[in-house]
Design a protein around this ligand. Structure first.
Ligand code: ATP
Ligand code: MG
Length: 202
């Protein structure tokens, strides 16, 4: 039988419970065999802003975070490929490796309005189902506007526990010495300490 695989991409700078709760609940709601946390090498939509933490460090954080989590795995295809990260390239690589794979893209509500700007979005629509999850602070469009944003996608919106956590807030917390505990899995906090990431090496 073909494997049902979720693709949950992100910068994961750093990974946090909002990502993990989303991955676990999307897997359950959609009956997926596995959800891949796909760590972006160079998030092209974030270039020109702050310096993104090196990909190898972000990958190590996600590895530590999911090591005990059944059905959730880290994917390093974008880092291995190098350069800018485009979901279409990752999708094509996964299909090339496993032609009968059934792919579901998982995105938070804040990402939906940007989907139209993704590279080769029409090909993505052909190759993947789309699942949108709620995210506190990011209201989905409604009615005709939402229809327009989701046009051409085989899409579903699902509810996951609403956790108001973001990597941006966690970087601020780390830099100002506020606690990260329970917002980031313990194993990943250990990696942050060991590697002195986010100025938390004190
Ligand atoms: P940043 O603040 O740096 O943008 P982030 O917390 O948004 O970080 P990303 O790596 O940008 O994390 O997001 C990866 C994916 O995870 C996106 O689809 C995003 O919508 C989703 N996501 C992030 N945080 C949450 C959350 N708390 N609840 C649901 N989805 C989330
Ligand atoms: Mg984000």
């Amino acid at each position: 039988m073909s494997r049902r695989v979720g693709i949950f991409g992100g910068t994961f700078d750093p990974v946090h419970v909002g990502h993990l709760v989303t991955a676990v609940n999307a897997r359950a709601a959609l009956d997926l065999d596995v959800v891949l946390l796909v760590v972006a090498n160079e998030p092209w939509q974030k270039l020109g802003g702050r310096a993104v933490t090196p990909a190898a460090d972000r990958l190590a954080l996600v590895e530590a975070a999911v090591s005990d989590c059944e059905g959730i795995e880290v994917c390093d295809l974008e880092i291995k490929r190098g350069g800018s990260s485009y979901t279409i390239d990752t999708v094509n690589e996964l299909i090339a490796n496993e032609p009968d794979i059934a792919l579901t893209l998982i995105v938070g509500a804040d990402v939906v309005a940007n989907l139209a700007s993704w590279r080769a979005v029409d090909e993505l629509k052909q190759r993947c189902q789309l699942v949108v999850v709620n995210r506190p602070g990011s209201r989905l469009a409604e009615g005709r506007d939402l229809e327009r944003q989701l046009e051409g996608w085989n899409s579903r919106v699902i509810e996951v526990p609403a956790l108001e956590v973001s990597s941006t807030d966690l970087r601020d917390r780390a830099a100002s010495g506020r606690p990260l505990d329970f917002l980031i899995p313990e194993g990943a906090i250990r990696v942050i300490r060991e590697r002195g990431l986010y100025a938390l090496d004190r």
